[in-house]
Design a protein around this ligand. Structure first.
Ligand code: NI
Ligand code: MN
Length: 222
């Protein structure tokens, strides 16, 4: 059974049996997280960029569990210097793993690390195609990502201020054409307070998709 658990902000955990991938594992200091990072078990950790609300607890979890950090080359090198297992990729590149593959997509955002770039991920997880946008503004090449990959689940930021707001995220849905959308990167702090219900209503009325709102700590089956 394939499931995704939301730890709040952009922190998700994809699980299928013994295989688990964390995305942007921001636990400590995340006001909406309910999980104990010391108890998290995973095999892989995808890190979209090195801002502290995304790199989060990646290094300590990777050291404790032996999980492989999958990220852009600069972050992967830094993780290896810290003593973690890591696999570096770069924008447009993909690599096969036991669960499927990971491909790095562009993201319009800061890298949080010298010489790097922020990214998103297309992940084939046991034949489910997941697009994790990372922190990004709206960009028209999302249309290309949607044309190339039949996206089952798009994880899109809606918080505004640092990333797309809800209106641009609705526009992104039109470009990506995902079957299901899961909003993220909102209501962590007052500065990114948004109504996911309004985003759901707008996106579903404009495009043929389902928006699934997950409460932090909640899990859905994929
Ligand atoms: Ni950021
Ligand atoms: Mn962020």
């Amino acid at each position: 059974m394939i499931s995704v658990k939301y730890h709040g902000h952009s922190n998700f955990q994809l699980t299928n049996g013994d295989t688990a991938i964390l995305f942007d594992p921001f636990f400590k200091g995340n006001p909406v997280n309910t999980a104990d990072p010391e108890k998290i078990d995973c095999n892989y950790i995808c890190v979209s960029h090195a801002h502290s609300d995304h790199l989060g607890d990646a290094l300590s979890i990777a050291k404790r569990t032996g999980a492989t950090i999958i990220s852009s080359f600069e972050i992967a090198m830094m993780a290896e210097r810290e003593g973690c297992n890591a696999h570096g990729l770069h924008i447009g590149g993909k690599h096969g793993f036991e669960f499927g593959f990971v491909k790095l997509t562009p993201a319009l955002h800061g890298a949080g690390i010298e010489g790097g770039t922020a990214c998103g991920f297309i992940v084939n997880f046991f034949e489910r195609i997941i697009y994790f946008a990372g922190d990004t503004g709206l960009f028209s090449d999302m249309e290309l990502i949607g044309r190339k990959h039949k996206i089952d689940y798009a994880l899109l930021p809606i918080g505004d201020n640092y990333t797309m707001g809800p209106e641009d995220a609705v526009e992104a849905v039109g470009l990506l054409k995902p079957r299901t959308v899961i909003p993220m990167h909102y209501n962590t702090w007052p500065l990114i307070a948004q109504s996911p219900e309004t985003f759901k209503k707008d996106a579903e009325s404009k495009f043929d998709c389902t928006v699934k709102i997950i409460i932090p700590g909640g899990t859905i089956q994929l």
